[in-house]
Design a protein around this ligand. Sequence first.
Ligand code: 5AD
Length: 347
Amino acid sequence: MKNIIDKLRDEQNISDKELKELIEYTGNCDYLHSEADKVRRQNYGIDVYIRGLIEISNYCKNNCYYCGIRAGNTNVERYRLSREDILHCCEIGYELGFRTFVMQGGEDPFFDDDTMCKIISAIRTKYPDCAITLSLGEKSYESYKAFFDAGANRYLLRHETADDIHYNKLHPETMKLSDRKKCLYDLKKIGFQTGAGFLVGSPYQTTENIISDFRFLQELQPEMIGIGPFLSHKDTPFAHFENGSAQQCIKFLSILRLMFPKALLPSTTALGTALPDGREQGIKAGANVVMPNLSPTQYRKLYGLYDNKICTGNEAAECLLSLRESIGSIGYRVVIDRGDFAGMKQS
Ligand code: 5AD
């Protein structure tokens, strides 16, 4: 195992067979995590970047089989934030020390290009020193370009799985992996710091699927990579599937750090939900970003992508102080910074 880890760290190509061995390895991962942590420190020191997550709408026109806010779930109370609500979140966030705001939502037609661009411009004008990240799903090249020109800097769009057949098992036939991939290449081309990523332990996932995920990421070269364990939601077709493994997710974070030394890698809320100190373990294994929830508190429980989403403790923006402490206690430092992709500072 050490051979493969060293090869990966030394930026040598590893074969599918070696990657498979690494993915399926169930032994002690201390060496993997510590090599990943070294690489992380070479590129980002001990800094942990925070992003204020604003969940702007839980309306969604899509029907992904794993997701709790899928259109077909009639048990969700739907909400959307107004422009004023969103700006108010930014105001609170700025005060707390956030220099990146992430507007995430279901694919909600209410937020058309014009509406979004006005919100983006307002934030850009009011917070010139902050990065604006969007996570609003699949849009046309023109829409993405308009968002970029209005002042957005980054875009998160997980590919979920890079295998066509597996993708079709997780999504209805109206959704295609090729569309998702085109969006990601469009985003890169426009100049967004682009985030892709996949679900760990999603139903029907095989080792070969995961190899495809790593290979696709190597091809795309995203600036950000978000992964989290699949967690079942009771009102979805996948209600009865087993949750993905937090340990496996932490292991993949280390592999990603070695493969993409400069990537921005969040230790996700899903990981923190699956394991009480999951987010801290993710940081120790190579992750360098956390995304506390800045949404108005009354809506947080309605943005239920999966069951038991943590939304009272350390992951909440109001609890930044205790987040700072817990990150500090494991030897890292939460910083007040935009936290751009290393080597590509842009305004
Ligand atoms: N479990 C874990 N992650 C989920 N997501 C959506 N539903 C679930 C779930 N049940 C993730 C998807 C999406 C991101 C916003 O949340 O990967 O891209």
